[in-house]
Write a protein that binds this ligand. Sequence first.
Ligand SMILES: C[S@@+](CC[C@H](N)C(=O)[O-])C[C@H]1O[C@@H](n2cnc3c(N)ncnc32)[C@H](O)[C@@H]1O
Length: 234
Amino acid sequence: MNNDYIDFLAHFGIGGAHPGGFPLTKRLFDSFDISSSASLLDIGCGTGQTAAFLWEKYGCNITAVDKHPLMVEKAKNRFKKNNSSIHVVTGDAEQLAFPTDSFDLIVSESVISFNDVPKTSQELSRVLKDGGQLLAIEMTTNQPLTEELQNQIEQLYGITKVFNQEEWVEEFTQAGFQSVTLLEAPSDLEINDVNDLQPSENLNEKWYDIWDDHTLLMAQANMPLSYRIFLCEK
Ligand SMILES: C[S@@+](CC[C@H](N)C(=O)[O-])C[C@H]1O[C@@H](n2cnc3c(N)ncnc32)[C@H](O)[C@@H]1O
């Protein structure tokens, strides 16, 4: 994977690196009842904050997958420290090494946008059991982007197209999901401060610059970027 933004997240070891962050994750799972025999996939698990939380909360069978070797290493460190028995593997969401119909629930927090969206959605649908659910938090745009903003997003995040809500629903439907429900983000969500870090030694100046660029971009006035939470049932 050649994506400086993902490299930046991996080098700082930033947990909860999705819109709404870990506060949103915790709130979303307030309303999920997951049995301890369920099999769950955290795709693009990053440093494993969500997987560790879900393991503690539900004690179910969790597989955490990421494509970035440093993310996988940092997730492994976290799980070892927490004594979480989570199966961690390096893998590619566009082409997973799991059989068809493997998982009851897939959690994907800000991952699909960084990939070929139809291919990744189809692959997640394939490895999900019939009746299983995909919970996906993804970046959306509320209006067509100016060419300037699209270029900035592509340059910073390597994302070539930001989908609007309807386009996401269409992609998930095309990928074989029977229903796509939009979940409301809680209106009283805590501010998502970055407070879960596993920094590498000797952090390069370049990673600090990317963090600044990200902060500046998100602080732009009238920013049309937002996010949606999709619950897709196969
Ligand atoms: C924005 S980060 C989110 C990380 C984590 N889900 C979180 O919320 O903290 C995106 C993550 O997805 C991983 N990722 C992106 N594309 C992937 C792919 N095709 N297969 C597996 N992991 C991928 C990246 O390496 C990175 O860890």
